[in-house]
Ligand binder design. Structure first.
Ligand code: C2E
Ligand code: MG
Ligand code: MG
Length: 639
């Protein structure tokens, strides 16, 4: 259509002018319609491709006012008669100016489209459009121009277009590669991030497992010690107090041994649940190992509160536990210590709680004790005794004294009971009742006992054959396989017949491991050694032991003799003496301190006796003198 309008040279002749005027009139009618169509299409395009506020800055928006201005111009001049010069000017304007201007339009249009292509180079699909649909047709127009200069220009623009198309494709390839590699790098990064996250989760899980007791799901010792350290740090920094409690079950081992470990595990799980409930929210609870649990009670900061908390903990353990329609009765002892600012050492706190637990256990089942300074003093003494028992030069200071045992029916000497004595230069005189249990715990008892038995056997060689050596064998020893063989070997080495020996065992020794104790006692008995049950009536052992084990003598606990002043106790003593008689086992009364007691025992038919009234424990030489008949009854001889 433009080409048809370009020939404004028609205005040179009258006919040409009439033709131009006619063309112009026709255009006056059509052009407003043309602009209206353009406007409608632009608006349609505009609405179809843009949304929201962004539509206001779309390039097509810029054309709209231009079209409106032109539409207004053509509508206004629609029916106006125009002079030929004006018509020529309008038409020239309509076809894009004169020839030179047209070539400028082509040139600048081409350059603009090349510029556009460059600007859109990141999106080759769009970048090719101005080149192919604007620059290329314009270059073609130049090539087709009759002016040779324009042809050259057209060809060079066409070549530039080809070059740019090529550049666009190369640029696009490397751009795509760049983006791909960026995507790849990002994917790698994402993978690394995920792997790191998974590793972190794995690590947290491993830490959780490392800090958890697998059986009860509670914290384990490791995690507990960490928490205790943290708590101690907080108290040191901010003040306040908290209580550390250690709980140890009573009678758990028999459940494990009798009903199997699965049942034992179920009991421990239940204990964990109960302690969690008893501890309350402001506490940390852990299984320290075996049947030992520990709690940090944050809201518990003085001795009375700690006592109450300890008792509450013991109480929740006392209710029967039902597992697989079986009923178990367990209990636990609780040792507590208070952590205060300035006195918050974790190791020290654990030792203190253990010390308190030890004292609680001494009270029997379900005992509770809060650590005190006196306990600390006793604990330090105990530690010192432990050290001394481990050092040969100190433990070799342990010696023996011998207390005579008489046949009280005729006052004849029948045996000497060997009793350990320890004169320690630093600790003073130690009672065997104090150091023997410690020696058992630190596994020094066998070494000590062997040495004492050797010494006692050497002394017994000095006594007449009718006088026996009565030797105390501890629970730990008796429940150790090979104990009988050791004793018999020592006697053999000294050349003393096992018949000269009588071993004294306590009820507790039988309670620990009855089977091993019985094996040892049977071996000793088979060799001719007499077996005497010591301290009968002091513990909780049942009479069934008297039936199951054959004893050659029963020693009545000193407390039974000491309380005979009251009628009730006299009846009890008589009952026990009668029991021994009905079993056909002679009984030995201990702790005879008064003539009345001696007379009473004689009257009850008790055969043997020992006690301060008859003779205190004697030094070896005095015992030998008594046995040799130089003296008959030391006290009376002295008198
Ligand atoms: P035990 O075998 O019942 O010994 C009797 C205890 O009563 C001895 O105490 C003795 O000194 C004391 N005693 C004797 N007569 C009287 C009296 O009239 N009144 C009072 N109140 N006490 C009297 P000891 O020597 O302190 O021994 C305590 C316990 O230590 C012994 O009780 C025994 O179980 C154990 N023991 C002593 N020596 C040894 C030993 O060499 N080995 C082992 N395994 N235990 C020993
Ligand atoms: Mg004894
Ligand atoms: Mg005794």
């Amino acid at each position: 259509m433009l080409a048809a309008l370009t020939d404004v040279g028609e205005a040179e002749t009258a006919g040409g002018r009439a033709l131009l005027a006619e063309r112009y009139r026709a255009l006056q009618r059509q052009i407003p319609l043309l602009y209206t169509i353009c406007l409608a299409n632009l608006l349609g395009l505009h609405l179809a491709v843009t949304k929201g506020f962004a539509s206001l800055v779309h390039p097509s928006t810029l054309l709209i006012p231009l079209i409106l201005i032109r539409l207004y111009h053509w509508t206004r001049t629609r029916n106006a008669d125009m002079p030929p010069e004006r018509i020529v000017r309008e038409l020239t304007l309509l076809r894009g100016g004169g020839e030179t201007e047209q070539y400028y339009v082509i040139l600048f249009g081409s350059l603009a489209s090349i510029g556009c292509a460059y600007g859109l180079s990141s999106f080759p699909g769009a970048a090719r459009l101005p080149l192919l649909f604007l620059a290329l047709p314009l270059a073609t127009m130049l090539i087709l121009s009759p002016i040779s200069g324009h042809v050259g220009l057209g060809i060079s623009i066409a070549l530039i277009i080809v070059l740019i198309l090529r550049l666009l494709s190369v640029h696009n390839e490397s751009f795509v590669k760049l983006v791909e590699s960026r995507v790849q790098v990002e994917a790698e990064r994402e993978r690394a991030r995920r792997a790191e996250k998974a590793a972190k989760a794995e690590k947290a899980k491993a830490r959780r497992i490392a800090d958890t007791d697998p059986l009860t799901g509670l914290a384990n010792r490791r995690a507990f010690l960490r928490s205790l350290g943290r708590q101690a740090g907080l108290i040191e920094r901010d003040g306040g107090a908290a209580t550390l409690a250690i709980v140890d079950l009573d009678g758990f081992k028999p459940i494990n041994d009798t009903f199997g470990h699965a049942m034992g595990d179920a009991v421990l799980e239940e204990v964990g649940r109960r302690l969690t409930a008893a501890g309350g929210p402001a506490s940390m609870i852990a299984r320290m190992g075996g049947d030992e649990f520990a709690l940090i009670l944050e809201s518990c900061g003085d001795e009375a509160e700690a006592q109450r908390a300890g008792r509450a903990i013991c109480r929740v353990l006392e209710d029967a536990v039902f597992i697989d329609s079986r009923e178990f009765h367990i209990s636990g002892c609780c040792g507590l210590t208070i952590l205060r600012a300035g006195d918050c050492n974790v190791t020290e706190a654990l030792i203190r709680a253990d010390t308190a637990l030890y004292r609680a256990k001494e009270q029997g089942r379900a005992g509770t004790a809060v650590f005190s300074q006196e306990m600390g003093r006793l604990q330090r003494r105990r530690t010192r005794i432990e050290q001394a028992l481990r050092r040969p030069e100190e433990r070799d200071l342990i010696s023996l004294v011998y207390q005579p045992i008489f046949d009280i029916s005729n006052n004849s000497l029948r045996a000497f009971e060997a009793l350990a004595r320890w004169e320690h230069p630093e600790l003073g005189t130690l009672s065997p009742a104090e150091f023997i249990p410690i020696a058992e715990q630190v596994s020094a008892i066998e070494t000590i006992s062997d040495r004492l038995l050797e010494a006692a056997a050497a002394e017994a060689l000095l006594w007449p054959d009718s006088v026996r050596l009565s030797f105390n064998v501890s629970a730990v020893q008796l429940c150790t396989a090979g104990c009988a063989a050791r004793i018999l070997a020592i006697l053999g080495n000294r050349g003393i017949h096992p018949r000269r020996l009588q071993v004294e065992v306590t009820e507790t020794a039988l309670l620990v491991d009855f089977a091993t104790a019985r094996t040892n006692l049977q071996a000793l008995r088979a060799a001719g050694t007499r077996i005497v049950l010591d301290d009968f009536g002091a513990g909780h052992a049942s009479i069934s032991y008297l039936r199951e084990m054959q004893f050659d003598g029963i020693k009545l606990d000193g407390a039974l003799v000491a309380s005979v002043q009251s009628t009730g106790s006299r009846r009890l003593l008589k009952g026990v003496v009668d029991l021994c008689a009905s079993l056909g086992v002679p009984c030995v009364a201990e702790h005879i301190e008064q003539e009345s007691e001696l007379d009473l025992l004689r009257g009850l038919g008790c055969r043997y006796g020992q006690g301060f009234l008859l003779s205190p424990p004697l030094a070896a030489a005095d015992a030998a003198a008594l046995a040799g008949g130089t003296v008959t009854r030391l006290r009376r001889a002295a008198a």
